[in-house]
Design a protein around this ligand. Sequence first.
Ligand SMILES: [Zn+2]
Length: 219
Amino acid sequence: MSEFLDQAILLRSIPYRETSCILHLLTARDGRLSLLVRGVRKKKSVFRSELAPLHLLSLRWKKGRSDLGYVQELHRLKPLLSEENYLDALKLNSLAYVLFPEREPMSMSLLCEAYALLEQRRSGLLVAVWYLLAKHGWLGELHHCWHCMAEDSPLLWSQASCCCQACGQGMVLSKGLCLSIEFSMRGDNIRLSHAYTLNWMQMIQDILAQHGLKRLNFE
Ligand SMILES: [Zn+2]
């Protein structure tokens, strides 16, 4: 049966039977994969110390007889971000888990880019989440209506989308807020006001809710 070598990021691990786990991984070659790792919860398992989220892992796995493949070898290569950002990065992992379909090879590089944004930018978590949502096709630029492309002013925030006054009703999106988000995404080193930060968080929560996803904890 075929064997594969790959690099991966662990998104989550779910206990399976007595001593095993099912891992949900993003891999460089195959995108999101679920693999069984046998015996990992035994004290003497060689995998135990190697399994860590937020690290680049090297992986050798094999296709099983059923759909589920299994891990044959796994090593921790290096941390992908600094420890002070681990908590926020785990939020990106849970978002990645629900956003990326299985077997979409781009997924791992998108998540790595989101980690980099989290590390480098002011309001890093907001920027990283907005980036993932944009890459997923759930949002557009904030200078035109997402429905009819009209460049009205002011634009409105209505049902998790930016729209013109003909396409919806809702909160007015101030020019200042739109530019602040745009500059933050572009990497200009601006400090968001508290009010804009709250607005931006709410827009993200609206988009997640619109797609039936859990709210993100920005605390
Ligand atoms: Zn419109």
